[in-house]
Design a protein around this ligand. Structure first.
Ligand code: NAP
Length: 465
């Protein structure tokens, strides 16, 4: 394998950079350095760590447009979305800069006279992170901020499609005063860097965002050194539109959850399950709005939907559309493509499919593209059955103004994140993560710092003679 790789703009095919892959020896050296740095970083006080995180966030904000432009160039998403992602990424740093100061232990009433029982929280050690290409800034800070706040040292390997944003964020962390061996970035093929991370006894925690098959392999590989793992994996989000729903609101929010980042988000709608009495009105309105979305280069001001990340993604999306159409789905919008002659840039026009059935692949496999398949239900329990019929359990959405229906759906949907009349529920201060094969653990919120902490218990005897 070459010791370099190129980063390309998926909208133009332009080569943006050539990056050197770190050798196994270099990665192991970085792990050693991170482990040694942990011995002093863990002793810094929480207020000092908080101040450094605040400074990091401020520097990212100061360079927001530059970072967002790099992100749009390497990932393809519209510039406005990249700017939004920089804000979302710093919101995690801001949140954990505050949480650093709230790593409370507790005093437990003793069962024996004269004893005092104390519980305290301590950083787990060196943390290794592997991040995906779809949110190159936020997936990094969602892991780095709680790790650093807790007193852990941190090393990240970004996806080879989008390393430039992560490299820039790491530089800014150093500029903010966070020591260079406390937060590090290494580059290389996931399966090679991943093996170095999982084999090393110096890595105490592995945190991963990416596909479910890779997540499963990393969990297995972490067993020999009994590492703590956090896994943010794939999803197959259902959107249930009940018969009483505000259809315009449901259409507007479905567009947001479905077509953001060209449908390449783990929480994006993958199955739209609509009550049979309103499906025609909902589908027609959704298709009308979808046809208005402008597809193009994310740097063009008017662009709503950028390219998909690479040829593999493009082929998977086209295959799912063709499979559905062959099996009887109707195309209300899209199912059109734009590929340049060098086969470097892949645009998929936002697609609405109706008459979708359980026999079609799109109802079972993550699409990771701008395709909305619509199916119907008559009874609410049928909608719940369709929604839960997947190994995934990350995000689900439903639209209803009836509190009884809403509460019933909330109680019965097996999903970690649920949006009720809301297509954008994610935020730094809430626990983000999935059930079933969508992952282990949560990121964000008060829950998101726990995985970076060990609990120690002290029993003091003979306080009274
Ligand atoms: P992926 O193939 O799993 O890649 C993600 C990261 O893992 C990349 O950095 C990749 O590095 C690395 N990797 C690949 N093979 C590896 C291996 N054998 N061992 C260790 N690391 C390895 O996923 P993707 O296609 O980039 O991203 C899409 C997936 O991420 C979707 O399934 C999506 O749902 C999921 N996702 C989940 C969340 C969430 O919060 N739950 C958020 C975003 C995305 P290379 O670039 O070097 O291959």
């Amino acid at each position: 394998m070459s010791n370099t790789f190129t980063v390309n703009n998926p909208a133009t095919g332009e080569t943006l950079a050539t990056i050197t892959r770190n050798s196994e020896e270099e990665i192991n050296k970085a792990l050693q350095t991170g482990h040694e740095a942990f011995q002093s970083w863990k002793k810094t006080n929480a207020h000092e760590r908080s101040r450094l995180l605040e400074k990091w966030s401020q520097l990212i904000q100061k360079n927001k447009l530059e970072i967002a432009t790099v992100m749009t160039k390497e990932n393809g998403k519209p510039l406005a979305e990249s700017i939004g992602e920089v804000d979302y990424a710093t919101s995690y740093i801001d949140w954990y800069a505050e949480e650093a100061k709230r790593l409370y232990g507790r005093t437990v009433p003793a069962h024996v006279d004269g004893k005092r029982l104390l519980v305290s929280k301590h950083p787990i050690g060196l943390v290794a992170a592997i991040t995906p290409w779809n949110f190159p800034a936020a997936m990094m800070t969602r892991k780095a901020a709680p790790a650093l706040a807790a007193g852990c040292t941190f090393i990240v390997k970004p996806a080879e499609e989008t390393p430039l944003t992560t490299i820039r964020l790491t530089e800014l962390a150093h500029e903010a005063g966070i020591p260079t061996d406390v937060i590090q970035c290494v580059n290389g093929k996931g399966r090679i860097v991943g093996k170095v991370f999982t084999d090393s006894p110096l890595v105490k925690k592995l945190t991963f965002t990416g596909s479910t098959p890779v997540g499963k392999a990393l969990i297995k590989a972490s067993a020999d050194t009994v590492k703590s793992v956090t896994m943010e994996l794939g999803g197959h989000a259902p959107v249930i539109v009940a018969k009483d729903a505000d259809i315009d609101k449901a259409v507007e929010q479905t567009i947001i959850t479905k077509f953001r980042n060209a449908g390449q988000t783990c929480v994006c709608a993958n199955r739209i399950i609509v009550h049979e009495s309103i499906v025609d009105e909902f589908s027609t309105k959704l298709a009308e709005k979808t046809k208005q979305l402008v597809v193009g280069n994310g740097l063009d001001e008017n662009t709503d939907v950028g390219p998909v990340i690479n040829e593999g993604s493009y082929e998977k999306i086209v295959h799912q559309i063709e499979d559905a159409v062959t099996k009887g789905a109707q195309v209300l919008a899209g199912a059109e493509y734009d590929v340049d002659e060098n086969k470097k840039c892949f645009f998929v026009y936002p697609t609405i499919l109706t008459d979708v059935t359980d026999k079609m692949e799109i109802m079972h496999e993550e699409t990771f593209g701008p395709v909305a398949p619509i199916t119907t239900f008559s009874e609410l329990d049928e909608a719940i059955k369709i929604a839960n019929n997947t190994p995934y359990g990350l995000a689900a959405y439903f639209f209803t103004n009836d509190y009884r229906i809403g509460n019933y759906l909330f109680d019965n949907l097996d999903y970690g994140i649920i949006g009720w009349n809301d297509g954008a529920p994610s935020a730094a201060h809430i626990p983000f993560g999935g059930m079933k094969e969508s992952g282990l653990g949560r990121e964000g919120g008060t829950e998101g710092i726990e995985p970076y902490l060990e609990t120690k218990y002290l029993s003091i005897g003979n306080l009274i003679d």
